[in-house]
Design a protein around this ligand. Structure first.
Ligand code: HPA
Length: 276
């Protein structure tokens, strides 16, 4: 845990470092999940800053996450893209996992697009599908707001009754229809990982209302809501969750699916950016 004072000192130092590099502050943040990082290559007038050069930024360790901040313009929007996120299962504290979101708030970012690779629980989904997140179940056994409230950014007990902005969700569904994609939405259950779930756990998740399962996103979304940053969540179904099909799960399969959907995903997010 970290005190408010210490976190604010860190945020101010990181903000100053970044604003010296990019003069125009971004309006939107984008977090790219496992295997989905190549969208950042399309950013115009891009400034790339490796995480290891950013003061107080943790360094991401997972294969498939390159760990850099890309700032510039995408679909006429000024964006800051996190190419690689910090996962709780890597051993980071929740304040480290969500530091980029607090930083976005400090930079006056108004909206956030979170993306991830997820296991499909809803049998209507198939590997390769994009699914919009309409709500979540936080089953990580922790909450990023535990500890000192960062009171300059938000209240002690923030409302999460519309954690994913309903207007953005409608617009993003509209873009799926326009592009001839299956217009799908679902509830994302976040678990801590890093082991994949057992079939019994997946049956349990299905009963309690989950359509998707993954090991990320929810901490960032909770903090974004605390700060008053609007959220759109996009999952890429990389595999059917454990026990849904007679198969074993592997990270290699997850990455192979993201590679297959890369073009569709990149095109979709660009089109979504145009309507937000
Ligand atoms: N479970 C948890 N996280 C995941 C999965 C899964 O099946 N696929 C991709 N991330």
């Amino acid at each position: 845990m970290i005190t408010e004072k210490k976190l604010i000192t860190r945020l101010n130092e990181t903000k100053k470092y970044l604003l010296d590099i990019f003069s125009e502050p971004p309006e939107l943040g984008i977090i790219l999940g496992s295997g989905l990082g190549r969208l950042a290559e399309l950013v115009e007038r891009q400034t790339i800053i490796p995480y290891k050069e950013i003061p107080h930024f943790p360094v991401s360790t997972v294969a498939g996450h390159s760990g850099r901040l890309v700032v510039g313009t995408l679909a006429s929007k000024r964006v800051m893209i996190l190419q690689g996120r910090f996962h709780y299962y890597e051993g980071y504290e929740m304040h480290e996992v969500t530091f980029p979101i607090r930083l976005m708030k400090a930079l006056d970012v108004k909206g956030l697009i979170v993306t991830n690779a997820a296991g499909g629980i809803n049998p209507d989904f198939a590997p390769g599908d994009l699914v919009l997140i309409k709500d979540h179940l936080n089953l990580m056994g922790n909450n990023p707001l535990r500890g000192s409230n960062i009171s300059i950014q938000g209240p002690r007990f923030p409302d999460l009754s519309e954690a994913y902005d309903s207007k953005w969700l409608e617009k993003a569904l509209g873009v799926m229809k326009e592009l001839g994609l299956k217009a799908q939405q679902g509830v994302y259950a976040a678990v801590s990982g890093p082991s994949y779930e057992t079939p019994a756990e997946i049956r349990f998740l299905r009963i309690i209302g989950a359509d998707l399962v993954g090991m990320s996103t929810v901490p960032e979304v909770i903090v974004a809501n605390h700060c008053g940053i609007k959220v759109l969540g996009i999952s890429c179904v990389t595999n059917m969750a454990a026990g849904i099909l007679p198969q074993k799960l592997s990270h290699a399969e997850v990455i192979a699916t993201t590679e297959k959907v890369e073009k569709v995903f990149i095109n979709y997010v660009q089109k979504v950016l145009e309507v937000l």
